[in-house]
Ligand binder design. Sequence first.
Ligand SMILES: *[C@@H]1O[C@H](CO)[C@@H](O)[C@H](O)[C@H]1NC(C)=O
Ligand SMILES: *[C@@H]1O[C@H](CO)[C@@H](O)[C@H](O)[C@H]1NC(C)=O
Length: 333
Amino acid sequence: MIKFCYLAIFLILVHHLVAVQSINAAAPKKGVSRNPADFLSLGYYLKKCPEAESIIQQKVGAWIQKDFTLAASIIRLHFHDCAVRGCDASILLNYRGSERAAYVSSSLRGFQMIDDIKETLEKKCPRTVSCADILTAAARDATVFAGGPFWEVPFGRKDGRISIAKEAEMVPQGNENVTALIQLFKAKGLDILDLVTLSGAHTIGRSTCGPFLNRLYNYNGTRKPDPSLNTYYLKLLKKRCRHSTDLVYLDVITPRTFDTVFYTNLKRKAGLLTTDQDLYSDPRTAPFVEAMASQPFLFENQFLVSMTKLGNVQVLTRNEGEVRVNCNYINAR
Ligand SMILES: *[C@@H]1O[C@H](CO)[C@@H](O)[C@H](O)[C@H]1NC(C)=O
Ligand SMILES: *[C@@H]1O[C@H](CO)[C@@H](O)[C@H](O)[C@H]1NC(C)=O
């Protein structure tokens, strides 16, 4: 509770700061092309729907209280949204052939929470708060409820009208090499530090066993386990993974705490996904893993920076998209 009082004070301060900033930003120099995210603003719903943020926060809290695992799910859903066509709620569209209908999206969760928030907001402020903004704010609130840092989310994202199943495969599936991961992130304007930092969200996530079963029994066609897997951890995983659909925590030590143990696990060869473990063996990413493992404060601060960057990826603003009435479908025209 005290934490939220501080947040409220912080919010007020930030809103003042931003009011000053947006006056300056309102007069762009001629000929200077603007980043789409420049059209987002912290005060976007201040007049349009002043309760938007508190409604989202309250709903996210209620859902996570009922089911803690939803915190990680909603952060993941936001990532899957932003990784394809930017943060435009394309992942929420629910029909044959949409990203959400793709096989690789079948383990995504949290849609009901977003629908619940949207329904409430439509009653309060019809056709005002976009699904992309709801999902972005919900990912932030989920982080806070899980014990992670708070950050201000600028608003004004519009919802896209395109969602293509095939494109869902652009999201890392857990078997990419570090070069591929770095390239994927780079294409979204995210750097190596963002990659290592956002992977840290796995401090509270889970995975089905399917994506890493090969590491337990037949690594790279050797018919042996992955040698880069801690032997105690290997034993445990063999016990927990009876079926490829069984769920295990990505952070085996403190799965319900938003902390840096995920990174120390990598140093102990106890990363669940190869995409995580490889971050510690690759010289481009390893220094960042080392830094995060030893400095929780650094992780918290960088997490909010990287999440802010993620939430601004290829956003649609102004008339580039719409405010969906129902997050599952584009508006009838
Ligand atoms: C990494 O993956 C990319 C794309 O899948 C592939 O082209 C490349 O050869 C791989 N690099 C290494 C070092 O395995
Ligand atoms: C996987 O196996 C191939 C072929 O046997 C080998 O060239 C490659 O180095 C192995 N990769 C790893 C990461 O062990």
